[in-house]
Ligand binder design. Structure first.
Ligand SMILES: CC(C)(COP(=O)(O)OP(=O)(O)OC[C@H]1O[C@@H](n2cnc3c(N)ncnc32)[C@H](O)[C@@H]1OP(=O)(O)O)[C@@H](O)C(=O)NCCC(=O)NCCS
Length: 155
């Protein structure tokens, strides 16, 4: 069972050090970049993912109900956005990614939003099938070169 915890002075370097596999690096930004960007994103929600005392990953989300300079015309106001998700190489395939989605869904509901969405690089090894298994479906919309996927949050 993993937990999402705020990153602080004491845990920052442990989360910095987490990496995906070398062949997955084009799928997600390094954690150092996500942490820096989130510092300047008023709508950002950033957490380290922990299994007990072991850091296993990172998740960053955007709350569309908070005003942000990052928002663009046409952005969804009815859906929480999973901005970044990574499970470190040595902790993948243990069910932690699925648990992270459950955490994200809980957060989206806490914000009172009826949907959750994200965009995925549609390349070899991408997480599209992972997200489909988690109840997301392609919307047909592209963001730059990325495929948008959305999951309604039914009660
Ligand atoms: C995608 C990612 C978050 C999944 O986390 P994970 O902890 O490895 O996934 P889980 O162990 O919870 O897997 C849940 C299910 O999805 C499947 N799955 C996981 N990654 C998959 C992938 N890339 N493609 C297809 N299926 C995948 C697992 O086999 C498992 O299936 P099962 O329930 O039938 O056994 C993780 O592999 C990762 O960080 N990848 C690199 C970065 C990335 O792509 N991030 C997403 C950016 S949009």
């Amino acid at each position: 069972m993993i937990e999402a915890r705020e990153i602080d002075f004491h845990t920052l370097s442990a989360i910095f050090k987490l990496n995906v596999r070398a062949d997955q690096k084009y799928l997600v930004a390094p954690n150092s970049v996500t942490i820096a960007q989130c510092h300047y994103e008023p709508a950002g929600w950033l957490r380290g993912l922990w299994s007990g005392d072991t850091p296993v990953g990172l998740i960053a989300m955007i709350n569309p109900l908070i005003e942000s300079p990052s928002f663009e015309e046409g952005d969804r106001l009815d859906a929480a956005y999973i901005w970044r998700l990574m499970i470190a190489e040595e902790h993948q395939a243990k069910g932690y990614g699925a648990e992270a989605i459950a955490i994200a869904v809980k957060q989206a509901r806490a914000w009172g939003l009826p949907n959750i969405y994200l965009s995925v690089v549609p390349e070899e090894g991408s997480a599209i099938e992972f997200y489909e298994a988690q109840g997301f479906a392609k919307t047909g919309i592209m963001h730059d070169q990325e495929v948008e996927m959305l999951r309604p949050l039914l009660d």
